[in-house]
Design a protein around this ligand. Structure first.
Ligand code: NAI
Ligand code: MG
Length: 357
C-alpha cells in the first residue's frame, strides 16, 4: 500500500517537529511494509503570507483533496500575521471544507511523565475526547443591535442539526464499542441551556438504543470539568458539542502533563475528503529556533494518522516506541520533560525503536 500524505509544517516549532514526525512515519513504513508518498507544502505559514498576502493559494482545495491525509505541524506567528487571520485563513478552512466533523483527542498519561494530578499513574488516565467540529455554539448566526447605546445587545445562536449531532454521536459510540470498557460519557448542560442541550440529550438517548453493549452516562459540563481533575479514571470516551469539547480537549491533555506530547485528529469519518492530524500545541514562538521542542505530539499524531488509514499495527508500534522511550527517561528526553535532549535526538531515539520493532 502507498499512502499519499500532504505535509504542511507551518510556522515556528511546526517546522522543527515535522521532520521528526516524518522520520517516525518513514521508520514505520519500513518496519511494517507500506509506502509513504509525502509531498511538502510551504503554505499555511507566515512566510507564505508575507510573500502572497494570503495564507493559502487559490487552488488549495483541489490540490489537497487528492491526498489520503494531511499531516500538519502548527500555524501562527503573531508578530507577522494576527492569529485570527492565520488560523481562519488556513486550519479552519481545512476543517470546514474537508468536513472534518470529528475532533479526536486521546487523553492518556504516558509513562515517565508526571501528571499534575497528584498520585496519578499511567493507566489511571486513558480516555478520548470526541468534539463536534463543525456546528453547535460556533455559528455565525446572530448580530449586534443598538450599538454604542445603553441598550446595546449582542446575540449569537447555537446551531444543532439532527445530521450534525447524530454523526458525531455515532462516531463516539462506535469508538466506545471498540474499547475494552465500552463506556460513553456525554457532556451536557440541559439544566441551564434549555433548548439545544435537551435536544442533544435526546439524541444521545436515541443513539444509545442502538448500542446495547455501551454503558452511557452524562454530566453537566461544570461538574464534568471537576471530575476530569478529580476522577480521570471514570472516563473512557467523552463526547461533547463544539464549545464544551473545545474546553474539555484542552483540560484533558493538561491533566496528562506537558502540552508537547498531545496529538489530535480532525477526522472526516465518511472519507469524502482527507482528514488532518496535528499536535495540540501551537508554533511556540518562545522556544522556536532553538531545536528543543518536544516532537512527541507530532510523532503521536503520525500514529493516529496511520490508525485512520488502517495501518493499525504500525500505529500501535509508534505509540509503543514513544512509551518505551519516555519510560526509559533520562537525558534522551527534551527539557519540558526534565531531560537535556533536543528535538532531533528524541525523535531519532523514537525512530530507531520503531525501526527495531
Ligand atoms: P503554544 O502551544 O504554541 O505554546 C504554549 C506554551 O507551551 C509555550 O510556552 C511553549 O513553549 C510550550 N510548548 C508548546 N509546544 C511545545 C513543545 N512541543 N515542546 C515544548 N514546549 C512546548 O501556544 P501559544 O503560545 O498560545 O500560541 C503560539 C502560536 O501558535 C499562536 O500564533 C497561536 O495562534 C498558534 N497556535 C496554533 C495552533 C495550531 O496550529 N493548531 C494551536 C495553538 C496555537
Ligand atoms: Mg482550543
Amino acid at each position: 500500500n502507498t499512502y499519499r500524505i500532504a505535509v504542511i509544517a507551518g510556522d515556528g516549532i511546526g517546522k522543527e517537529v515535522m521532520p521528526e514526525g516524518l522520520r517516525a512515519l518513514r521508520a514505520a513504513a519500513d518496519a511494517y511494509g507500506f509506502e509513504v508518498d509525502a509531498v511538502e507544502f510551504d503554505y499555511a505559514s507566515a512566510d507564505y503570507y508575507l510573500e502572497h498576502g494570503q495564507m493559502l493559494p487559490d487552488g488549495w482545495f483541489e490540490e489537497l483533496r487528492r491526498f489520503d491525509a494531511i499531516f500538519f505541524g502548527a500555524v501562527g506567528w503573531p508578530d507577522v500575521v494576527p492569529d485570527h487571520v492565520s488560523l481562519w485563513g488556513s486550519l479552519l478552512q481545512f476543517r470546514r471544507h474537508f468536513d472534518q466533523y470529528v475532533n479526536l483527542r486521546p487523553v492518556r498519561l504516558l509513562p515517565g511523565i508526571t501528571s499534575p494530578l497528584a498520585g496519578r499513574k499511567p493507566g489511571d488516565v486513558d480516555f478520548y475526547v470526541v468534539r463536534e467540529n463543525t456546528e453547535g455554539e460556533y455559528s455565525s448566526v446572530g448580530g449586534r443591535m443598538f450599538e454604542g447605546t445603553d441598550r446595546e445587545t449582542v446575540i449569537q445562536d447555537t446551531v444543532m442539526t439532527r445530521t450534525g449531532v447524530d454523526r458525531i454521536l455515532k462516531y463516539a459510540f462506535d469508538l466506545a464499542q471498540k474499547r475494552e470498557k465500552k463506556h460513553l460519557t456525554s457532556a451536557t448542560k440541559s439544566n441551564g441551556i434549555s433548548i439545544t442541550m435537551p435536544y442533544w440529550d435526546e439524541r444521545v438517548e436515541a443513539m444509545a438504543g442502538r448500542y446495547d453493549d455501551v454503558r452511557v452516562d452524562k454530566f453537566h459540563i461544570d461538574i464534568l470539568c471537576a471530575n476530569f481533575v478529580l476522577h480521570p479514571d471514570w472516563f473512557d470516551v467523552v463526547v461533547a458539542s463544539n464549545l464544551f469539547g473545545d474546553i474539555l480537549s484542552d483540560l484533558g491533555p493538561a491533566c496528562t502533563g506537558t502540552i508537547g506530547v498531545a496529538p489530535s485528529g480532525n477526522i472526516n469519518p465518511d472519507r469524502t475528503f482527507p482528514s488532518l492530524f496535528e499536535p495540540v500545541h501551537g508554533s511556540a514562538p518562545d522556544i522556536a529556533g532553538k531545536g528543543i521542542a518536544n516532537p512527541v505530539g507530532q510523532i503521536w499524531s503520525a500514529s493516529m494518522m496511520l490508525d485512520h488509514l488502517g495501518e493499525t499495527e504500525a500505529a500501535a508500534g509508534i505509540l509503543g516506541a514513544i512509551e518505551s522511550v519516555l519510560a526509559t527517561g533520562g537525558d534522551a528526553l527534551t527539557r519540558d520533560l526534565g531531560g537535556t535532549g533536543t528535538t532531533a535526538s528524541l525523535g531519532g531515539t523514537i525512530a530507531s525503536v520503531i525501526a527495531g520493532a
